[in-house]
Design a protein around this ligand. Structure first.
Ligand SMILES: [Zn+2]
Length: 211
C-alpha cells in the first residue's frame, strides 16, 4: 500500500541519472523497469541507466519505483534539478483515499508529458486525448478532494507531514496504514519537468507515434 512516507534514503538526492549497481540493474531488468507503484515502464539509456527508476526500502521490503513514486516515499530528500540546485519542495499532499497513489502519479505524468509534446507539436487528436485525461483527473481526484485548491505549495506542506511521520512513535507506525493511508502525494510539475521531458523522449515515444 503506497502513501507518502518520510523514509531514510541511501542516496542523499533524487536524481534522474542515478547510477544503479550491477545487481540493482539486473533486478531492474528482471522487473522490466516497471514501477511497482504506478506501473510506469522506463527505458534505460546510456546517460540515464536506471531509466529514472530506483529501489527503495519500504519497511524492509525493496520496491522498484519511478522517481516520482520514490519521492513520495522519501519526502525529506531533495530532487536535483537540471540547473544543479536541489529542490526540497517537490510536491504537495492531499487527503484522497479513493484514488491510489499510483493512479494519481500516473495521470499527472501523462497530462504533463503530453502537454509538453503538444506545445511543440500542435496536433488535434492529441489535444483531445489530453482533454480526456484532464477530465478524468478532475473527476477522479479534484472532485473527491475538496481541499486541493486551498492547499498551497510551501515548505510546511511536505515538511510538517514529514516530521510527523519521522518522529511518530513506533506504536503509531505499526498502524501506519490506518493513520496515514488516505494521504496522497502529487508531484510538482516544474520540479519534475526535466524528468518528464526525458521520459517523453523514451517511454512515451510509442504513445506519441500513434498521433
Ligand atoms: Zn511510479
Amino acid at each position: 500500500m503506497f502513501f507518502p512516507r518520510a523514509l531514510y534514503s541511501h542516496t542523499e538526492v533524487g536524481k534522474l541519472n542515478y547510477l544503479p549497481t550491477k545487481s540493482e540493474y539486473k533486478a531492474m531488468k528482471l522487473l522490466n523497469f516497471r514501477c511497482q507503484c504506478c506501473g510506469f515502464c522506463g527505458v534505460p539509456r546510456k546517460e540515464v541507466p536506471g531509466a529514472g527508476l530506483e529501489f527503495v526500502d519500504i519497511n524492509k521490503e525493496l520496491k522498484l519505483l519511478c522517481l516520482m513514486c520514490s519521492q513520495s516515499q522519501l519526502l525529506t530528500r531533495p530532487i536535483l534539478l537540471e540547473s544543479g540546485s536541489k529542490e526540497l519542495n517537490h510536491g504537495r499532499l492531499v487527503y484522497c483515499p479513493e484514488v491510489t497513489q499510483g493512479d494519481i502519479i500516473s495521470i499527472t505524468r501523462d497530462i504533463q508529458a503530453l502537454t509538453i509534446y503538444q506545445k511543440n507539436n500542435p496536433n488535434r487528436a492529441l489535444r483531445v486525448k489530453i482533454e480526456v485525461y484532464r477530465e478524468t483527473y478532475l473527476e477522479t481526484i479534484l472532485k473527491r478532494c475538496a481541499n486541493i485548491p486551498t492547499l498551497k505549495i510551501n515548505n510546511n506542506d511536505l515538511g510538517g507531514y514529514a516530521s510527523l511521520y519521522k518522529y511518530a512513535p513506533p506504536q503509531l507506525l505499526k498502524n501506519e496504514n490506518e493513520v496515514f493511508g488516505g494521504v496522497r502525494y502529487i508531484p510538482d510539475d516544474l520540479v519534475f519537468s526535466h524528468v518528464v521531458k526525458h521520459w517523453l523522449n523514451t517511454s512515451y515515444q510509442s504513445i506519441i507515434s500513434s498521433f
